[in-house]
Design a protein around this ligand. Structure first.
Ligand code: MOS
Length: 699
């Protein structure tokens, strides 16, 4: 055993425990794990934007080399869809593949061709003739549509406090503006991939997902199986961003594996990911603010419209952010939605907060300009004592400290508030700021810890490391909880056999999983007696945090942050370059400073992308995307990413049973696009309320 005096592992930078495996290729991803007798499925997507399938001419394709089967609505296994899944929502029928002849959008999965090799499957899939009757489709998203409706129950963000019109009329300064954000796509580096295999009535799936428990639950429901007979593994995952839940390809792979009685792998192509992996809905957001002359808010009205498919409701809950950030005498928020002939959107990189903070934090900047109040000061003047809507105390709200430290580091005090004053050759320079917040929830998880005979420990939890460094963070948490060194702990994750656990999503993973691991470690330490002989298969203790999570004191628990950006704008070409950014965050206890910094900065890079690059353009004629690939859909590349700095302030919470850990997976993007847009205004004197801030819009 280690005898040297150790400081805690948590809080000390630690390289990724699986880093070497990843960079040497030893780490295997879902699409590259070998299986004996593996067959390959290729999805065929609809080429019409609405209608019905009239015929699928399988016969010629079935005679092609290596082709084993064509699955479609005529021979598919029936699936069950009337259930509520782990995340409290009904399944998106898009995932319940091949159940009828309806085509509700372009890119709808209509068939799976299975063959001996991926090349044979692809060739046959491309040769498969599918006939349709077309119906008129509608993908036109705009705020003036008459058929918008309030969001359904699972995205509540209706606040209706005070007399809005009276407070708007009484304000010394009033701001009313409309902001829009485009359709955006996740594009994780690793494409979605699943391999399914049936053995003795048991289903075994190797997959790339954000939560094995989640995928087990959905597959068990869809195929009417006992969840105990389903195992999902996802040891390494190359990014998710919200897109890696249960999707059509996993279900198709499971179905094909059942029909053919051999393992079947289905991988999405980069292009298919643009219709089958979910996306972020475009938004149109209307913000009305009124304040006293000193900037104190009297009225806050934030209404957001997003878009969903005709088969499933997913709402981008952009109006929710105001419910946490600011109070006002009259406080109104609402999310609305409209159903169009498009794929169903889903969670993507701070769903709600990312587009919502763009609108709200730009509006506050505009209000600050009108009031003649510094934008940092305006926010500090509106810091609420308690949750503006919930009335609950905050479990740490150190936004003020974030702004104070950030302003100092960014040299904000020297900023001339007037726009268009700074120049560097052909570039106009400006700086901007915005606030950020993201929820820090926890969900029940189970973990086990084994004391091994050699003195080391093995932790098992169905967590997912989607590239965030979760495995490493949990290693540090476990090391401290076991009072041992990180190299004595092996964390195994990504396997549903380890028991139910929260997904890597909602910035809730590390908090939820750490809690369960800490509880299991504490229970194990009580079991162990000094000098005790450990049997060859070790001593294992499990913990389940279901009751502890339910008993957690009701508080507004969020991470907060202050974003600062400096941009240069070439008014001759319309080019906007971010020159530097600083994010200062208050995000609870930071487990691994090395990977935490990577997550904050990664989020800020998404923010640059959102502000300046990302935009999926839907063609109203054919109902699909223009340029559905990484050549046509731009994300920030290295040359777009300048000097980025992320810092954080200490925010201990000794009373928190989850160790004071909050989520950091998403907050980095929140407010980042607003800070950049506000900096573009400061550089040029022109407000840009539509993202992305493309050169043609700047000109
Ligand atoms: Mo995140 S959008 O909750 O995966």
């Amino acid at each position: 055993m280690t005898t040297a005096v150790r400081t805690g592992a948590v809080g000390t930078g630690h390289v990724r425990v699986e880093g070497r495996d990843k960079v040497t290729g030893a780490a295997r991803y879902a699409g590259e794990i070998p299986f004996a007798g593996l067959a390959h499925g290729w999805l065929v997507l609809s080429t019409v934007a609405r209608g019905r399938i009239t015929d699928i001419d399988s016969e010629p394709v079935l005679r092609m080399p290596g082709v084993l089967a064509v699955l479609d609505h005529r021979n598919a296994l029936p699936l069950t869809t009337d259930y509520v899944g782990m995340l409290g929502t009904a399944p998106d029928p898009t995932c319940a593949v091949f159940q009828n002849d309806r085509v509700p959008h372009r890119g709808w999965p209509v068939a799976l061709v299975v063959a001996e090799t991926p090349e044979q499957a692809r060739e046959a899939a491309e040769a498969l003739a599918v006939s349709y009757t077309r119906e008129p489709h509608d993908v036109g998203f705009d705020a003036d549509r008459p058929d918008t409706r309030p969001a359904d129950g699972h995205m509540p963000a209706v606040t209706d406090k005070g007399d809005l019109e009276a407070e708007l009329a009484a304000g010394a300064v009033v701001l009313e503006a409309e902001y829009s954000t485009p359709e955006e796509h996740h594009n994780p580096m690793e494409p979605h991939a699943a391999t399914a295999r049936w053995e003795d009535g048991r289903l075994d799936v190797v997959d790339s997902n954000q939560g094995a428990t989640w995928v087990v639950g959905e597959l068990a429901q869809l195929f009417s199986l006992d969840p105990a007979s389903v195992r999902v593994r996802s040891e390494h995952v190359g990014g998710g961003f919200g897109s890696k839940g249960v999707r059509a390809h996993q279900v198709a792979a499971v179905m094909a594996a059942a029909v053919l009685d051999r393992p079947v792998r289905v991988v999405l192509t980069r292009r298919q990911m643009f219709t089958l992996a979910g996306h972020r809905s475009p938004t149109v957001q209307r913000v009305r603010l009124a304040a006293d002359a000193d900037g104190r808010l009297r009225a806050l009205d934030h209404r957001s419209l997003s878009r969903t498919s005709t088969v499933h409701e997913f709402v981008e809950p952009s109006a929710g952010v105001a419910r946490v950030m600011y109070d006002a005498d009259a406080h109104h928020t609402e999310n609305r939605v409209v159903s169009l002939d498009v794929p169903t959107p889903t969670w993507m990189r701070a769903p709600g907060e990312a587009p919502g903070s763009f609108a709200l934090e730009c509006a506050l900047d505009e209000l600050a300009e009108k009031a003649g109040v510094d934008p940092v000061l305006l926010r500090l003047r509106n810091e609420p004592e308690r949750g503006p809507v919930s009335g609950l105390p905050f479990a740490g709200r150190n936004l003020r400290a974030c702004f104070e430290l950030g302003a100092r580091r960014f040299d904000w005090a020297r900023r001339d508030p007037r726009p268009g004053r700074r120049r560097d050759g052909r570039w106009l320079l400006g700086t901007g700021t915005a606030a950020a917040s993201f929820g820090a929830g926890a969900a029940p998880s189970t973990a086990s810890v084994t004391a091994e005979a050699d003195g080391s420990f093995t932790v098992r939890i169905a967590a997912a490391d989607i590239g965030t460094g979760a495995r490493t963070a949990l290693t540090l948490v476990a090391a401290d909880a076991l009072d041992t060194a990180p190299d004595r702990v092996q964390v195994r994750l990504g396997d549903s056999a380890f028991g139910p656990a929260m997904i890597a999503g909602g910035s809730m993973g590390t908090r939820s999983w750490s809690w369960a691991i800490t509880a299991a470690a504490a229970a194990l330490r009580e079991r162990l007696v000094p000098g005790q002989e450990i049997p060859p298969d070790g001593i294992t203790v499990r913990a389940d945090t279901t009751e502890a999570v339910a008993a957690l004191a009701q508080k507004e628990r969020h991470s907060f942050g202050a974003q600062f950006a400096e941009v240069a704008v070439d008014v001759a070409t319309g080019e906007v370059r971010v020159r530097r950014m600083l994010g200062v965050f208050a995000a609870g206890r930071i487990v691994n400073p090395l990977t935490a910094r990577g997550q904050f900065i990664g989020g800020m890079v998404w923010g640059i992308s959102m502000a300046l690059h990302e935009e999926a353009v839907r063609d109203p004629g054919h109902g699909g995307l223009v340029g559905a690939d990484l050549a046509g859909y731009h994300v920030a590349a290295h040359a777009d990413v300048p000097r980025l700095e992320a810092e954080w302030i200490e925010e201990p919470d000794p009373d928190d049973p989850a160790g004071g850990i909050k989520g950091i997976g998403e907050i980095g993007i929140v407010g980042a696009a607003a800070a950049i847009a506000n900096a573009v205004w400061h550089a040029t004197g022109v407000r840009h309320r539509a993202l992305p801030i493309r050169p043609d819009r700047v000109l």
